[in-house]
Design a protein around this ligand. Sequence first.
Ligand SMILES: Cc1cc2nc3c(=O)[nH]c(=O)nc-3n(C[C@H](O)[C@H](O)[C@H](O)COP(=O)(O)O)c2cc1C
Length: 217
Amino acid sequence: MAVIGKYSMATKSPFIIGVNGSPHTDGIVYELLNAVMEAAAKAGAETRIINLYELLMIPTPGNYSRDHASETIENAPKDDITALYPEILRSDALVLATPVYWANMSAVMKNFIEHLTPLESDGFHLEGKLAAVIAASKENEGGVEMAAMAMVAPLMQMGMLMPPNSVMWYPGQWMGGRTDYTDWAKREAPEVGRSMVELISLLREHPIEWTHYEPGF
Ligand SMILES: Cc1cc2nc3c(=O)[nH]c(=O)nc-3n(C[C@H](O)[C@H](O)[C@H](O)COP(=O)(O)O)c2cc1C
């Protein structure tokens, strides 16, 4: 398979994976994720949504903490996420969407992010791929920004690239609050989907050689 930079040339269309960290497919999290994905598909992307609650995930064995060299794709416990590694490697972008659970992402989303560790450790495979995040609560009980930013930090550390406005949060309503402000993420989501496709196409035409510091442990 020809690879330019970290972008797969096996598929002509940009390939974007949406990751739903909510148990629901009829809630606000899925609605926002779907808005990004539908706009991306309309702009020409191949898209796929993964519902994490349908998957069996084995908690990370923490290989990295014992011996950095052992944190490999091969050593990762075989479960439904490691089975998706080829799809993740083939993708140009990930869109992570989570409900706010106790001022953070849902446990399955955290588990998913931990599953990305071998992809980083074993050759920085996510470097230069695009990412967007969505955190949502319809109850506005606090912590929506923290949930969003808690996803941003590891994705950035893994070398992913976030287009403008791709950190979206939706705090929901409180005591009949103004929807024109809280609903901005609903308006932003389709724009993010569209701009991701444009940016992927640009990066394919003008690949960037990303560099990273590899500590010699
Ligand atoms: C275990 C749990 C913890 C939650 N913690 C928070 C919270 O800290 N802040 C908040 O605003 N909403 C919190 N919520 C509410 C959810 O974020 C909210 O219902 C969200 O809209 C669910 O999205 P969904 O319907 O798309 O799954 C929590 C819900 C559950 C089940």
